[in-house]
Design a protein around this ligand. Structure first.
Ligand code: APR
Ligand code: PHB
Length: 392
């Protein structure tokens, strides 16, 4: 099998790339190790930047997003028992975020690909990538019990943080930048109507907590925990008690409890590789960079990467030019590093690192006070949160 662009991974990066390429009449095949139902129900991120929601709507996959996505014009910061609203829209000329689960984006993109005759092979196995420096990069894999081979003019590695594309690049060709954090998030999905209308990032002596949502009847909540946290030590009652303490604010309602539908631990790390390209392989999304979830940037970076990649491939196929392909990595990395900085900054602002460090606690509280009392500081947060421009 040969195609113009062979894509590894049916997450937001791989699926959106296939969709955007098809609008330029560029052919692709997507290979995915998991099943369709698995990727369509995997609970991941949930906040779309202004530009991400706009792109999905402008390219014809925003129908359900427009109906079911929850447009939020602000977020809240909770600290010292008080809640403070940051008016994102006022501070960014009317921009907003949309709360819409990543798996819903994945469902919409798969439906669009399938209805327009696009090829996605689910449940592939033994995926190997080679010939990256030739004009015909190659993927070998097993599908439905058969040995298969897919070659492409180009290969897009959109196979996430544990995929094979990044590790198939010869050692030394990529530089890896990494930072680990001494905590993780214990996340739950609960069958409960959201108690507040907008997200709350809460700083608390016992550790960070986040109030978020997925729909008018489903709440998403997180608690700072240890990286090796044992979930069996967290019965539902302990989770709710912790959330109630960390999300308790003067004069405000309480977090509403409900049946816990899902529980999991998300580890926190920052990682970036440079360049995001080797031979005819382009890395995009989590395959190229990971951010801690505090700034809600992961899925949005995957979207901007594939926007840059589509533009470069469209230029190649329509005009035979390769300059945008050559500058793909630099274009993405400018934005990636700003998102890395923002995610790292928000993570350091909101979490307890060392419970004995009283200086650090005072510094965080002073920064939160500054953010919620200075227009300049709040604007810096708001413009990053709704998403910086894709270029410049
Ligand atoms: N071959 C094919 N597919 C693979 C392989 C492989 N060897 N290894 C992994 N995959 C698949 C995974 O099963 C997954 O469906 O690649 C897909 C990668 O998707 P994501 O992990 O969602 O990554 P990406 O599309 O870059 O989206 C980034 O995902 O983890 C979140 O916070 C992150 O929101 C961000 C978003
Ligand atoms: C989520 O709803 O899952 C979510 C929201 C904001 C974040 C991270 C995750 O910063």
């Amino acid at each position: 099998m040969h195609t113009q662009v062979a894509i590894l991974g049916a997450g937001p990066a791989g699926l959106l790339l296939a969709h955007l390429l098809s609008l330029h009449r560029i052919e692709s095949v997507v290979l995915e190790t998991k099943s369709r139902s698995y990727v369509e129900s995997r609970i991941r991120a949930g906040v779309l930047e202004h530009g991400t929601a706009q792109l999905l709507c402008d390219t014809g996959v925003g129908e359900r997003l427009k109906r079911q996505g929850m447009r939020h014009k602000g977020i809240n910061l909770g600290y010292s028992g008080e809640i403070h609203r940051i008016d994102l829209s006022d501070l960014t000329d009317g921009k907003a975020i949309t709360v819409y689960g990543q798996h819903e984006v994945v469902k919409d993109l798969i439906a669009a690909r399938i209805s327009s005759g696009g090829k996605i092979l689910f449940e592939v196995d033994d995926v190997c990538v080679d010939a990256l420096s030739t004009n015909r990069p190659r993927i070998t894999f097993r599908h439905q019990g058969q040995d298969c081979e897919l070659t492409g003019d180009w290969l897009a590695g959109c196979d996430g943080s544990h995929g094979v594309s990044r590790t198939s690049v010869p050692p030394g060709a990529l530089r890896v930048f990494e930072k680990n954090y001494p905590f993780a998030w214990l996340g739950i999905l609960a069958e409960a109507a959201p108690s507040w209308e907008e997200l709350i990032y809460a700083h608390h002596e016992e550790g960070f907590a986040l109030f978020s949502m997925r729909s008018p009847s489903v709440t998403r909540l997180y608690l700072q925990c240890k990286p090796d946290e044992d979930l069996s030590k967290w019965p539902d009652e302990r989770i709710w008690e912790n959330l109630e303490r960390r999300l308790s604010f003067a004069g405000s309602k309480k977090v509403r409890r409900g049946k816990i539908l899902q529980k999991g631990v998300t580890t926190m790390r920052s990682l970036a590789v440079e360049p995001m390209q080797y031979g005819r392989l382009f890395l995009a999304g989590d395959a190229a960079h990971i951010v801690p979830p505090t700034g809600a940037k992961g899925m949005n970076l995957a979207v901007s990467d594939v926007w840059f990649l589509t533009r470069a491939l469209a230029d190649f196929y329509s005009k035979g030019r390769t300059d945008l392909l050559e500058s793909y990595s630099n274009s993405c990395l400018r934005r990636v590093w700003k998102a890395q900085r923002f995610s790292w900054w928000m993570t350091c602002l909101m979490h307890r690192f060392d419970h004995d460090d009283a200086f650090e606690l005072r510094r965080q509280l002073a920064e939160l006070d500054y953010l919620t009392s200075s227009g300049a500081a709040a604007t810096a947060l708001a413009e990053n949160y709704v998403g910086l421009p894709w270029e410049g």
